[in-house]
Design a protein around this ligand. Structure first.
Ligand code: NAD
Length: 235
């Protein structure tokens, strides 16, 4: 029996990369998974893949995390299908032109909307029911760019510093409520987010399952243990 049998997890940005990896790993531990992203055909492919492996139940909900209404509807559908949600993974994210000198204001707005507002919408939609049950776990996928800034990462880093600030403050706000918050800061992972960027470096990249394992670690601790921060870098 999997470590997460009977639990339900929502994963945003599940249509590719780290989100798909997390969904696979949670399902292989027996969790019901709710796959949320904009590209339904990609979500349906992942749904079939998970079902073929014979792991937990899967629900797919087309969601744009920049739409508060979409995120509220996502939580509603998940709760209607699985009764309640134990784990909410705020994973959806974008990394676009990040130099202030680039002047690409539209791309900054997009990153702010997805990376910051999307995370806040997710938290706001799931918290009331988690607080009511005095139980639940919010996982925010930040980045090592939320710990350090380079001259090409200014705006993306700003959004990821914000994610870490939200995780840190929320953990304090939620003390003694039974609801846990974990901030995960991945280094370079082999996904489409970095393959199309100039951020490639010579270190071996992590695989999506390396981040998924960090999620499994955080959510399988005893319920009085809150793993607040995990940073995972390639060697
Ligand atoms: P990815 O591009 O493969 O995945 C990003 C996911 O977010 C996709 O499924 C995409 O469709 C989804 N998404 C984007 N905008 C969305 C929106 N408005 N609504 C719903 N979904 C949306 O990249 P990834 O590397 O898997 O990124 C996942 C997370 O990990 C991001 O938050 C990213 O910032 C973070 N991260 C990635 C790396 C890396 O090296 N790949 C490192 C650190 C942190």
């Amino acid at each position: 029996m999997g470590l997460l049998q009977g639990k339900t997890a929502i994963i945003t940005g599940a249509s590719s990369g780290i989100g798909a990896g997390i969904a696979n790993e949670l399902a292989s531990e027996g969790a019901n998974v709710v796959l949320a992203a904009r590209r339904t055909e990609k979500l349906n492919e992942l749904e079939n893949e998970i079902k073929e492996q014979g792991s937990g139940n899967v629900l797919t909900v087309q969601t744009d995390v920049t739409s508060r209404q979409d995120v509220e509807e996502l939580v509603k559908q998940a709760e209607t299908t699985f009764n309640h949600v134990d784990i909410f993974v705020n994973n959806a994210g974008q990394m676009l032109s990040s130099q202030v000198l680039s002047g690409k204001v539209d791309e900054w707005e997009q990153m702010i909307d997805v990376n910051i507002k999307g995370v806040l919408f997710g938290i706001n939609s799931i918290l009331p029911s988690m607080l009511e049950r005095s139980s639940g776990h919010i996982i925010n996928i930040a980045s090592v760019s939320g710990l350090e800034v380079t001259k090409v990462s200014t705006v993306y880093s700003a959004t990821k510093f914000a994610v870490r600030a939200i995780s840190t403050g929320l953990e304090k706000e939620l003390a003694k409520t039974g609801v846990r918050v974990t901030n995960i800061s991945p280094g370079m992972v082999d996904t489409s987010l970095v393959s199309g960027s100039s951020w490639n470096n010579e270190r071996k990249k992590l695989e999506t399952k390396d981040i998924a394992k960090a999620v499994i670690y955080a959510v399988t601790q005893p319920d009085y243990v809150n793993v607040n921060e995990i940073t995972v870098r390639p060697v």
